[in-house]
Ligand binder design. Structure first.
Ligand SMILES: NC(=O)c1ccc[n+]([C@@H]2O[C@H](COP(=O)([O-])OP(=O)(O)OC[C@H]3O[C@@H](n4cnc5c(N)ncnc54)[C@H](O)[C@@H]3O)[C@@H](O)[C@H]2O)c1
Length: 490
C-alpha cells in the first residue's frame, strides 16, 4: 500500500481554509442562496464501519447535507443497509485499506465505527494519508495503539475526535467549574461503575461450526478479522457480540469506561496512573472448578487504579471501577433512597472530596453535588457553555468535529473539540490499563503440583511514560498485541 500524504490541492484547501478566510473565496458568501452550501465548504466524508453505531456517526457528521458522504466501507452490507440507503451515491468498499488508497484524494475525513480491534490500524492508515479521523470509543484496542495514534495525530496535523459523545455535554464543563471553584475540595476517592456487559461475556469459546450468513463472503469475514487472530465465523462474534472477546473487544470496561471515566479524568485533570489491581468474577459449571477462559472478558470485574496528585487535584487518588452489575454502596452523604449516578443506578460516577461529593450518570447526565453540610446542588437551568452545535444530535459531537476539519489543525474550532486525541489518547490508555490488569489476572498455567497458578494476581506498578509494568514483566504482553500479517500498525 502506498503511504505518505497526498498533495491533493482540494485537501490542502480544506486543511488550510482557516488561513484562507478573508483572502480567498470561491463564491462570495453574500451571493450564496440561504441553505445552499458552496461545494468548497463541504467536507468529503467516508465511514469505516457504516452499520451499528456507524449509522449515526456518519449521519451526524454529514449534518443534514452540510457535508458530503463520498464512500462507505463495511464487511456486512445488511448491517449497514441504512447508511447505504441514506447515501446511495457513496462508493461502497469492504476493505478500508483499498478505499483509503483509491480515494485518498477525495476523502477529507473519515468516521471509524468498526469493532474496537480495527480502530487503531484503520485510523493510522487514514492519518498517514492526511485524512482527519473520528474514532469510536475506546480509541483503540490496546495501550500502545492509543499512544501511537495520539502522537500520529500531532505529527500529521490531523483533526481528531474520539466518539465519547458525553464529552460534549455541557454538564462536564459544569462539573469541572464546580471542582475548580473548590466546591468539594480535593478529591481522594472516585467510584465509577456500569451495568455492562449486556451481551454474552464470560462464556466458553464457541466450538461448533456455523456457516457464514449468505450475505457475508469468506473474504468479508477475513476483513472482519483484520489485525486479529483468525477464527471461524460465529454469531457470538458478529455483529455486536465481539465486545466480550479479547481478540476483538475490550469488555465492559472498554465499552463504557471511555464514557464514564471521562468525567473524573477531565474534571480532576488526571494523567497516567501509577498502580492497578483487580479481581474478576468467576463462572462455575462444575463444583469447585472455575471455568478458565482467557479468550473471553470476565462476567464482572473490580479494578482499583491509583493516581498521583495533579496540578488540579492536590491529593493522591484511589479510583474504583466495577462492572457486571456490581456497584458501589451509598456514601454516608448520599441519602439512602437516592439513586446513585443515573436514574436506576445502573451506571455512574461518584467523586468524593474533602467538602462534598460530585456525582453524575452516563454521558455526564444528572450532575449533582452533595455537600458535607447536607445541602445539595444540581445543574442550574440557565447554565450555558459557549459552543455551537449543541442542539444537534449527540450535542454536535460529530458535527463539531466535521466543522473543525474544515477550519484546520489547531484552529479555534479544533481546540474547542472536547475529545481530540491529545485528551482521549491518555484517557483510553487509563481505561485499557484496567484491562491489562484483568487479562493478567485471568492468565494461568498448570504448575508442578498440577494446579493452575495465577502469577499475575498482584498489584501492578505502572511506568506511564515508558508504557511498562515494572514488577511483573509477563503483563507487558498486554500493552500491545500480535498483528496479523498485512494488518500491522504502520
Ligand atoms: N459512542 C457510543 O455511544 C457507542 C455506542 C455503540 C457502539 N460504540 C462503538 O462503536 C463501535 C462499533 O460498535 P457497534 O455496537 O456499532 O458494533 P456492530 O457490530 O453493531 O457494528 C460494527 C459495524 O462495523 C462493521 N465492521 C466490522 N468489521 C469491519 C471492518 N473490518 N471494516 C469495516 N467495517 C467493519 C460491521 O459490519 C458493522 O456494520 C465500537 O467501537 C463501539 O465501542 C459507541
Amino acid at each position: 500500500m502506498k503511504k505518505g500524504k497526498s498533495n491533493s490541492s482540494r485537501r490542502k484547501f480544506i486543511k488550510n481554509s482557516s488561513l484562507a478566510v478573508g483572502s480567498f473565496f470561491i463564491v462570495p458568501s453574500h451571493i450564496v442562496a440561504k441553505g445552499h452550501i458552496r461545494p468548497s465548504d463541504q467536507l468529503n466524508l467516508a465511514a469505516i464501519g457504516a452499520g451499528g453505531k456507524g449509522t449515526s456517526d456518519i449521519r451526524n457528521a454529514w449534518n443534514n447535507g452540510k457535508n458530503k458522504v463520498v464512500a462507505l466501507c463495511d464487511i456486512d452490507k445488511q448491517r449497514c443497509s441504512r447508511s447505504i440507503g441514506a447515501f446511495p451515491e457513496a462508493k461502497f468498499y469492504s476493505d478500508f485499506r483499498v478505499m483509503l488508497e483509491e480515494m485518498k484524494d477525495d476523502i477529507d475525513a473519515v468516521t471509524i465505527s468498526a469493532p474496537d480491534h480495527v480502530h487503531g490500524v484503520a485510523a493510522m492508515v487514514a492519518m498517514e494519508l492526511g485524512i482527519h479521523v473520528y474514532v469510536q470509543k475506546p480509541l483503540t484496542h490496546n495501550i500502545y495503539e492509543a499512544r501511537q495514534l495520539t502522537l500520529a495525530a500531532r505529527e500529521h496535523k490531523i483533526v481528531s475526535q474520539m466518539g465519547n459523545q458525553g464529552a460534549s455535554n455541557p454538564s462536564q464543563q459544569l462539573m469541572a467549574d464546580w471542582f475548580n471553584e473548590g466546591k468539594i475540595g480535593s478529591v481522594h476517592t472516585v467510584h465509577v461503575w456500569t451495568n455492562r456487559p449486556v451481551w454474552p461475556q464470560g462464556i466458553p469459546v464457541p466450538t461448533e461450526k456455523v456457516d457464514l450468513p449468505a450475505h457475508i463472503s469468506a473474504q468479508e469475514w477475513d476483513l472482519f478479522i483484520g489485525p486479529a487472530e483468525p477464527v471461524d465465523y460465529h454469531p457470538l462474534y458478529h455483529p455486536f457480540k465481539w465486545r466480550g472477546w479479547w481478540n476483538f473487544g475490550t469488555g465492559a470496561l472498554g465499552d463504557m469506561g471511555c464514557h464514564l471515566i471521562d468525567t473524573p479524568f477531565r474534571v480532576l485533570g488526571l494523567g497516567y496512573p501509577t498502580e492497578v489491581e483487580c479481581s474478576v468474577g468467576q463462572v462455575f459449571t462444575r463444583d469447585w472448578m472455575p471455568e478458565y477462559i482467557p479468550e473471553g472478558c470476565p462476567p464482572s470485574s473490580s479494578v482499583q487504579i491509583k493516581f498521583e496528585a495533579t496540578d488540579k487535584n492536590p491529593s493522591t487518588l484511589k479510583f474504583h471501577w466495577t462492572d457486571g452489575g456490581i456497584r458501589p454502596f451509598h456514601p454516608d452523604l448520599i441519602p439512602a433512597d437516592d439513586d446513585l449516578g443515573e436514574n436506576g443506578s445502573g451506571n455512574g460516577v461518584i467523586m468524593i472530596g474533602e467538602k462534598g461529593i460530585i456525582t453524575c450518570g452516563t454521558y455526564g447526565s444528572n450532575p449533582k453535588i452533595y455537600f458535607n453540610n447536607g445541602d445539595q446542588m444540581t445543574m442550574p437551568d440557565d447554565y450555558v457553555v459557549d459552543r455551537p452545535y449543541l442542539n444537534l444530535p449527540e450535542r454536535g459531537h460529530q458535527a463539531s468535529w466535521a466543522e473543525a476539519c474544515k477550519a484546520g489543525f489547531n484552529s479555534p474550532e479544533h481546540r474547542q473539540l472536547t475529545s481530540s486525541f491529545d485528551y482521549s489518547g491518555p484517557l483510553t490508555e487509563t481505561v485499557l490499563m484496567g484491562n491489562l490488569a484483568i487479562r493478567s489476572y485471568s492468565e494461568g498455567a498448570i504448575g508442578e503440583n498440577g494446579r493452575r497458578q495465577f502469577n499475575g494476581r498482584k498489584k501492578l506498578l505502572w511506568d506511564g511514560e515508558s508504557m511498562k509494568i515494572t514488577n511483573y514483566d509477563e503483563a507487558n504482553r498486554y500493552v500491545s498485541r500480535n498483528y496479523r500479517e498485512g494488518w500491522q500498525l504502520i
